[in-house]
Design a protein around this ligand. Sequence first.
Ligand SMILES: [Zn+2]
Length: 183
Amino acid sequence: MEDGFRMILEGMGEDPNREGLIDTPKRVAKMYAELMTSLTGEMKAEDILKTRFHEKYDEMIIVPDIQFASMCEHHFLPFTGKAHVAYIPGDCVVGLSKIPRVVEYYARMPQIQERMTRQIAELIQKVLQPKGVAVVLEASHMCMTMRGVKKPGAMMVTTQLLGRFKTDEKTRAEFMSRIYAPR
Ligand SMILES: [Zn+2]
């Protein structure tokens, strides 16, 4: 990564040996190692939801406003925002911190927002087998705000609905009204 980034600097017309840049390739390599931890394969996504509690709770569980930062795989610029996740338990629930960790897991790899939204929903569906899952991601993309159309703050909203959230309009409406309600 260090050699590669030195070449990128040269390609830009920079001098990678000038004082301010001399240690930059090393710092960038270290930074990407931190930002892309899910690529190491050390942690499997399924393991995050390993600890489950059997609980007779069949109403919607909503975890709103989960902050995340990921990297757009098309331009390698960040996109940042928040995720809202909900599920209706089947026969088990997970601890409150686990859902944000799932979001974090899928953020720590080169991504596109649409796929990340789907991956979060599908993992929860697969491991917890709930009656439904809903995931909404709202994010601002640096590749839109810094270049191209240059619309500062331009937000993209993506949604993945599974199970009851997809088939039952009332369930979906309850979820949407709760995540967009003033808090
Ligand atoms: Zn992009």
